[in-house]
Design a protein around this ligand. Structure first.
Ligand code: PMV
Length: 338
């Protein structure tokens, strides 16, 4: 028999950042983090598994799946050992042999030029797809998340939604009443990252601001958790801002220092400050990942209003609109004669 599965896994956007590791080998974080699971910004992955001698891994980036156009996710040769390790990790965990021909077809449903990191959605999709091939698609989300984390840290927050907290080895959804939310991503530039996230996780420890970082993240996490439950936008917005600035300030003060910001990132941030987003005067949670693009977490009902404002102030920038989502899912699993 051969088995074909198709899954989709969304990206997530952190408001309390995972930056700095306590154990690099299995991606344990220096501090707990909290993110909003997205929906349309996802990776789609299909695996076809058929009997063969030994273990064969074939990887194809595809530009279409199930009628959706995708950006093909090519496997670079340097990433192959990491992918093979991940297959071994997941199969070993379930006591399944590292055997057969595994044909992976995968792509990102992110618009071209988005400059959106895809390791979270990519690893979550791969982990769920491997598990589904061997019939383990019903595995508790927390268990899949812990496996996925070992491949890519932030991917462990893409298995549930909409709000997921990751503490040490556990990632699980948390209570919320603030919402439903939309993420407006102001696209500044797509450029090859000067510093990859693995390097960033290490380098931030050289910043003088690293001292006290874990405590700062912890107290903001507590603040954001209560603002989520109480629907307190003022506290949510100001805490999002402080946390994003804290992470980027770590980058800017590392040894050697680095920055993901572009001149336009600063312009957008200056405009957001002028409308009081840093103080929570408006219902916008501003955040940035390890990149130049600015994410605005807003109430879904305010989408049109803020899109108009962005068009007025930044007419040259595309804005991507995504909503909160529920996490990775298996779209189908079929067994066919080989
Ligand atoms: O999962 P990684 O190692 O790519 O780290 C991602 C770190 C940030 O995106 C910058 C923050 C986060 O919590 O997602």
């Amino acid at each position: 028999m051969k088995t074909i599965v198709r899954v989709r896994a969304p990206s997530n956007i952190a408001v309390i950042k995972y930056m700095g590791k306590s154990d690099t080998s299995v991606n344990l974080p220096a501090n707990s983090s909290l993110s909003l699971t997205l929906d349309a910004l996802c990776t789609m992955t299909e695996i076809e598994h058929s009997p063969a001698s030994g273990f064969q891994l074939e990887w194809t980036g595809v530009s279409e799946m199930g009628g959706r156009s995708l950006r093909p996710l090519a496997l670079q040769e340097k990433d192959r050992p990491k992918m093979e390790r991940h297959f071994r990790r997941v199969l070993e965990h379930f006591g399944a042999p590292l055997a057969g021909r595994w044909q992976v077809r995968t792509g990102n449903a992110f618009p071209a030029g988005a400059g959106i990191a895809s390791s979270a959605s990519g690893f979550a999709a791969l982990t769920l797809a491997i598990a589904a091939v061997i019939g383990k698609q019903q595995t508790p989300r927390s268990e899949l998340a812990a496996l996925s984390r070992q491949g890519s840290g932030s991917s462990c927050r893409s298995f549930e939604g909409p709000w997921v907290q990751w503490d040490h080895e556990n990632a699980a959804s948390v209570e919320w009443s603030l919402g439903p939310l939309t993420d407006l991503v102001i696209l500044i530039e797509e450029s090859e990252k000067a510093v990859g996230s693995s390097e960033a996780h290490q380098r931030v420890r050289t910043s003088p601001n690293w001292s006290g970082r874990v405590e700062r993240a912890k107290s903001r996490l507590a603040r954001i958790r209560s603002s989520l439950v109480e629907g307190d936008w003022k506290s949510f917005s100001s805490t999002c801002w402080d946390e994003a600035m804290d992470m980027h300030e770590l980058f800017h003060t590392s040894e050697p220092s680095f920055s993901y910001w572009k001149p336009q990132t600063r312009e957008v941030l200056a405009w957001l400050e002028s409308i009081g987003a840093h103080r929570g005067d408006v219902k916008i949670g501003v955040t940035l990942d390890a990149g130049p693009n600015v994410h605005l977490l807003i109430p879904q009902r305010d989408e049109a209003f803020w899109l108009d404002k962005l068009e007025e102030h930044f007419p040259a920038n595309a804005v991507m609109v995504d909503r909160q989502g529920a996490g990775a899912e298996v779209l189908f699993r079929r067994e066919l004669p080989a």
